[in-house]
Write a protein that binds this ligand. Structure first.
Ligand code: THG
Length: 259
């Protein structure tokens, strides 16, 4: 299971401020803490509303982070120039977060991923938005995998993201995302890797950690390979480790299993 830290994100006020003030110490402390708590990759997001300053902010953030870690960085931005700046600056293993099934985005982002030898996250949405059902998500996933092949990107470089939505806003989507994960597994042999933004599910809810970790266990049962999440959430990490044992993804857990 790949644990991608969600915390290096300008959406969080303290991180947004640290980016504004070029406060490298604060960012680097957070990176170290996230890695200590079990992050195996870091999502790198400058946050919304930076406009033409995006590429510079991303360059600074990527340089600052990779001074203190060798973990893979997952460059998270919808802006192509900001993505390009992040990829150019990154010396660690790198993941493009993300393309959609929109023709123009695939034409821009697959060549960038190829050029920088990056993995790439493919979101199952297109010009018309996020599909309402699992079948359409699987169709879009297939389209993105075959289009990637046209750019010489093999399926093993792809992470499929069925797009988790807030349960408070779209309660029927929780189950459909689980179904989509099951369908994605059938699209290739070996099964394609999958990823979700876990905390999306609890947006606007009171019991965020409880909702996140309950959903994480369900998603892992459907074969999830990676989650963008907060490894400093102890209860969620305990759930993750327990699910790994139950799914036989962790060896040498005798101490854990016996009373
Ligand atoms: N898929 C992919 N990438 C993604 C997402 C996804 N990247 C962004 C996001 N979704 C995953 N990361 C987060 C980060 C923070 C939160 C949720 C998902 C979050 N933040 C608090 C909030 O909005 O309430 C911020 C609170 C604060 O300001 O302190 O919930 O789905 N590929």
């Amino acid at each position: 299971m790949m644990i991608i830290s969600e915390r290096i994100n300008g959406l969080f006020r303290s991180v947004g401020k640290a980016i504004d003030n070029k406060d490298a110490v604060r960012i680097q402390e957070l990176v170290r803490r996230q890695e200590e708590h079990g992050a195996t990759a870091l999502d790198i997001n400058i946050g919304p509303g930076r406009g033409s300053e995006g590429p510079e902010a991303m360059k600074w953030l990527v340089s600052t982070v990779q001074e203190v870690t060798e973990l893979p960085l997952c460059i998270d931005t919808p802006d192509i120039k900001t993505m390009s700046a992040g990829l150019e600056t990154c010396n660690n293993p790198v993941i493009v977060n993300s393309t959609t099934a929109e023709v123009g985005r695939m034409a821009a982002l697959f060549p960038l991923a190829k050029e920088h030898d990056a993995d790439i996250i493919c979101l199952t949405m297109d010009e018309r938005g996020i599909p309402n059902d699992a079948e359409s998500r699987a169709e879009m996933a297939m389209l993105m995998m075959t289009t990637a092949m046209d750019y010489n990107i093999m399926p093993d470089r792809i992470l499929l993201d069925p797009l988790v939505l807030p349960v408070a806003a779209a309660q029927d989507q929780g189950w459909k995302v689980i179904e989509a994960l099951r369908m994605f597994r059938m699209l290739n042999d070996p099964a394609p890797r999958t990823v979700v933004g876990l905390s999306n599910v609890s947006n606007g809810c009171r019991e965020r950690s409880l909702i996140n970790r309950t959903y994480l266990a369900m998603l892992m049962g459907a074969g999830l390979s990676a989650a963008i999440m907060d490894p400093e959430d102890e209860e969620t990490m305990r759930t993750l480790k327990t699910a790994q044992v139950l799914l036989d993804q962790k060896l040498y857990c005798e101490d854990y299993l016996r009373d």
